[in-house]
Design a protein around this ligand. Structure first.
Ligand code: THG
Length: 263
């Protein structure tokens, strides 16, 4: 599974403060620690720490700050083209663009941006009217997204479909629906697009957040999930993900499988 470190996000108080104070050491420490724990991408999100006008410059500053201390590829987390372009102009390695809604008008803008920059693209099963709520409408949208990708010349292995997790206390049927999406997507095309989730969303507003995140991740991996934006600094969470992959024979068993899986 591709672990995307979620922590460099202005949604978190320490990062918000670091952005306001131009304190790059905080971001650099999070970049190094997440990489050491096995993050294959680092999510970079300005959050609402700054005004929309300032976001492109801040995104660029965050990218430069992180790249001073590590080479881990970046997932640029914004739905605004100018913010993404600012980040894309600064990255040293192919990035992940995170993310695009699935309305045609957005796909026609974002897919060419990914092609132009050699990036991967996260596409949400969400339109301007809101997130899609059931399995069939998500699968139908995924088919259309794949058609658009091929039309614009983006290989499907550069598409990450995000079926959009709801907090479990908002709609308890959604986790079960997502498992069906992770399974059914594999038969849409060969090769199929990848899947990704923003894992921590599932437990927002609940007690027992780590337990809910960890159980959701293990179930999702068993159903075929490929990537997760997650708290890679949560050792129990990473261990559970690596153990699930080992048990599914995606990772060779050895006494050091937990360490090997982080490399
Ligand atoms: N899909 C995609 N991208 C995403 C998301 C998604 N990016 C952002 C988000 N969702 C994933 N990242 C987070 C980061 C933090 C939290 C949830 C998801 C979180 N934060 C604490 C909270 O809100 O309670 C903040 C705690 C603090 O301030 O210390 O839960 O779904 N493609």
């Amino acid at each position: 599974m591709i672990a995307v470190g979620e922590r460099i996000n202005g949604m978190f108080k320490d990062v918000k403060k670091a952005i306001r104070n131009k304190d790059k050491a905080i971001l650099q420490d999070l970049a190094i620690r997440q990489t050491k724990e096995g993050a294959k991408y680092l999510d970079i999100n300005t959050g609402v720490a700054v005004t929309p006008e300032e976001q492109p410059e801040v995104m660029k500053w965050m990218v430069h700050s992180v790249q001073e201390v590590c080479d881990t590829p970046l997932a640029l987390d914004s739905q605004k083209i100018p913010v993404l372009e600012a980040g894309l102009s600064a990255v040293r390695r192919p990035a992940m663009i995170n993310s695009c809604k699935c309305d045609e008008a957005y796909l026609d803008q974002f897919i060419p941006l990914a092609v132009q920059h050699g990036a991967s693209l996260v596409v949400l099963t969400m339109t301007d009217k809101g997130p899609l709520q059931d399995v069939d409408s998500r699968i139908e949208a995924i088919g259309q997204i794949c058609g658009k990708a091929l039309e614009h010349g983006l290989e499907l292995d550069r598409i990450f479909i995000d079926p959009v997790i709801f907090p479990v206390n908002v709609d308890q049927k959604q986790p079960g629906y997502l498992m069906q999406v992770f399974q059914q997507i594999k038969v849409i095309s060969d090769p199929p697009p990848h899947t990704i989730v923003g894992l921590s969303n599932v437990s927002q507003g609940t007690q027992e957040r780590p337990l809910i995140n960890r159980t959701m991740l293990v179930m999702s991996i068993a159903a075929g999930l490929d990537a997760a934006i997650m708290d890679v600094l949560d050792t129990d969470l990473m261990d559970a993900a690596l153990c699930a992959e080992m048990l599914l024979n995606k990772q060779i068993y050895s006494e050091s499988f937990l360490r090997a899986g982080r490399m």
